[in-house]
Design a protein. Structure first.
Length: 720
């Protein structure tokens, strides 16, 4: 059956029909919101009392009921408030005449009949899985495009023409192609209305074990992974809301780009962290600085795990022997004996938790050297030794409480690096490592090293003799607030063996091909008992040793149940752009998984070159033209060393369009997309990136419409 060309009256009639249903949904949504507010108010009234110094048992029960009411009401209100924009986005017309509307959350009428089915429910699967060859009893799939609560557009797919009535309207060019042509903004949009069948299969995969989602640029890996997180919370809410889901991305810029996707899908109980912020739980800070290529490779290598162990074992004092006199008898422990004690204690304890065991071993060794004819009980002997100033100075220098940051700072000393990296790192690698530290700003690679050190050292012990500060230095009075939680809580001592980091029930890692082996170790500490979703494409890897990265991933998966999904269609890049990018990456990575680009624009990439001295003028001209050719965002991708000078040039077009035009390094461009992209000096990008041409491949595949490259001085060697 051919598509009916819509007349204005037909389109208006269809829009009015859908608007009537959307209006009905919003009326019931308001009722649900009002009911949730009544529940919240009732919860607040459950317990009201004057301040008192103790809590009765019945008060504690009322407090629990109040908190439970408040939590459930607040969660439902947040869910309802968040979904008002584009709440209803789909409709299915079935062969038996049933009509189902699909939306971001489920809404029911007064008789508990569904007005909208949650997109994650099993009943909604045909909206994503049905095709013309397998219609799944669906005649027509319709996508509604809404602005707030107003239906502004309709796109239809006819799936079963044999079951369609003669007058069934089929409007538009299809929802997917219409969505792909829309201008990009500064935030990622969800694709809940246009999920394709192969994407839906990955989204709804079993939560257990490890799910790997692979695919080339533009296949929707990131947004599929985020929809999977929302689906897991919907289908296993108790497990994953209680245990938590951690979503890890390549950069803070990327996390800002995706941060509205999950709330738009009805979920806000997910932790988002850039890879440089994964260890914020243990370090209390987020790293964003990127090391130079060679230093980043050294710091990410698994060899650093052994380097850090040696660093912890390396005493702070050069001469670590102990000579002490007890009742006139000189007793000595040499460096060999002390090194043996250190090794044995560290085999059983973390450094910061091992002082007591180390001290006991030292005292035992000293007592064994005390003359047998001198009768002195061990307890008395121990007191004499530990009270001695000589011993106390030795102990503080030999086994100090170590902070991870202070330990890592020692690697800025080339002599220390030479001692701990001998046989592990080459002389060139050692020099790059020692020169890489900037203690005013830790790097992303440093965060994994600091986290590794915290796992080796354990938390810095709290001085039990330190008294709590009561008076403020300036004499200001401080009013102490005692909460109900304070009254009910039971104080407990800090456990020196307790892990200082958060753990999660599910860990989702995007751009996994860029995760270094040391960063995988950091991630595994957060998901030791977790299920995993791992998303990536080796052809886009900035990590040079793909075999080492694959070994780290295989080690993570181990014998756990695992499944792999390949996304094969590039929805982002026009074929003209992707064909060029594919030729570039095949030279350095012949085995690249190249998806099929489904769109054409008949606009070939524009390959320019100009003298370096004229770059600012040429770039200004290019941006002026692109601003009139595309309606959305424009990204200028530049090698890291050239980026500051171009930003400081303050081009007039950039000042006039700060929301549309942005400068970005190739690594920070990962996962992002723009309507148009200008790649400045591709050869320089290759030279400065540890992944070489694979990172240039990333830059070339960011645009959805137009690509411009600017070579400096001569035609670039990168050109196929």
């Amino acid at each position: 059956m051919d598509s009916v060309v819509p007349t204005p009256s037909l389109l208006d009639r269809e829009l009015a029909t859908e608007q009537a249903h959307v209006d009905l949904v919003y009326r019931h949504l308001k009722k649900a919101t009002k009911a949730a507010k009544k529940v919240a108010a009732h919860g607040r009234q459950l317990y009201t009392s004057d301040a008192q110094t103790w809590v009765r048992e019945e008060d504690g029960t009322a407090l629990f009921e109040r908190d439970a009411f408040a939590f459930q009401a607040a969660r439902r209100l947040a869910e309802l408030d968040a979904e008002h924009e584009g709440l209803v986005f789909g409709r299915l017309d079935h062969t038996d005449g049933e009509i189902r509307y699909i939306g971001r959350i489920g809404v029911r009428d007064d008789d508990y009949e569904p007005l909208v089915i949650d997109w994650r429910a099993r009943a909604a699967e045909p909206f994503y899985r049905a095709t013309a060859s397998e219609p799944m009893e669906v005649v027509r799939r319709r996508v509604l495009r809404c602005r707030n609560d107003i239906v502004v557009g309709i796109e239809d797919d006819l799936l079963d023409s044999s079951a369609a009535r003669e007058d069934l309207p089929v409007i538009g060019e299809g929802a997917l192609m219409a969505a792909l042509k829309r201008a990009r903004g500064t935030r990622m949009r969800d694709i809940v209305a246009t999920i394709q069948a192969e994407q839906d299969e990955a989204i709804r995969a079993d939560y257990r074990g490890v799910t790997v989602i692979a695919g080339g640029p533009g296949t929707g890996k990131t947004v599929v992974a985020l929809h999977r997180a929302a689906y897991l919370l919907y289908s296993n809410r108790r497990r994953f809301e209680r245990g938590g889901i951690l979503v890890v991305g390549p950069s803070g810029l990327f996390m800002n780009y995706i941060d509205r996707v999950l709330p738009s899908l009805g979920e806000d109980s997910v932790v988002l962290r850039a890879i440089g912020g994964v260890a914020v739980d243990s370090l209390g800070q987020i790293a964003s600085r990127i090391d130079a290529a060679q230093a980043a490779v050294v710091k990410g290598s698994l060899r650093m795990a052994e380097v850090l162990k040696r660093l912890v074992n390396l005493p702070l004092i050069e001469e670590s022997s102990l000579l002490i006199t007890v009742k006139g008898e000189p007793l000595r422990l040499g460096t060999t004996e002390l090194a043996r004690i250190r090794r044995e204690v560290l085999a059983r304890h973390r450094m910061n938790a091992g002082l007591s065991a180390a001290e006991s071993a030292v005292l035992d060794a000293l007592y064994a050297r005390y003359p047998e004819n001198e009768e002195l009980e061990f307890e008395v002997f121990s007191d004499l030794v530990t009270d001695s100033a000589t011993y106390q100075m030795f102990r503080n220098a030999w086994w100090p409480a170590l902070d991870a940051r202070e330990v890592l700072r020692r690697l800025a000393d080339p002599q220390v690096v030479a001692k701990v990296a001998d046989g592990l790192l080459s002389a060139e690698e050692q020099a790059a490592l020692a020169a890489s530290f900037d203690f005013d700003e830790w790097s992303v690679a440093d965060a994994a090293l600091l986290d590794e050190l915290m796992a080796i050292l354990g938390p810095v012990p709290v001085d039990a003799t330190a008294e709590e500060l009561i008076f403020l230095a300036d004499g200001t009075e401080l009013s102490e607030v005692i909460t109900t939680a304070d009254r009910l809580s039971i104080p407990r001592e800090n456990d020196p063996d307790e892990d200082p980091y958060d753990t999660f029930a599910h860990v989702l890692v995007d751009e996994a091909q860029d995760i270094s082996p040391m960063q995988w170790r950091m991630l595994r500490r957060r998901g030791a008992e977790a299920s995993w979703t791992i998303v990536g494409d080796p052809a886009q890897s900035s990590w040079p040793d793909l075999d080492e990265a694959q070994r780290a991933l295989d080690d993570l998966i181990g014998s756990a149940p695992n499944r792999r999904f390949r996304l094969s269609t590039n929805y982002r890049s026009p074929a003209e752009v992707f064909d060029l990018a594919a030729e570039v990456v095949k030279r350095s990575y012949p085995g690249a998984d190249l998806p099929h680009a489904v769109r054409t624009t008949d606009i070939e990439p524009l390959l320019l070159h100009c003298p370096s001295s004229l770059l600012a003028d040429r770039l200004e001209h290019v941006l002026s033209e692109l601003a009139t050719q595309v309606a959305g965002t424009i990204g200028v991708i530049v090698a890291p060393t050239r980026l500051p000078s171009l930003i400081d040039a303050h081009l007039p077009m950039v000042r006039a369009n700060p929301e549309r035009i942005s400068f970005i390094s190739p690594l920070n461009a990962k996962g992002l997309e723009y309507d148009a992209v200008v790649v400045v000096s591709p050869d320089q990008i290759v030279a400065e990136s540890p992944g070489g041409e694979r990172v240039l491949y990333v830059a070339l595949t960011r645009p959805t419409q137009r690509l411009v490259t600017i070579d400096l001085d001569d035609e670039g060697d990168w050109r196929p």
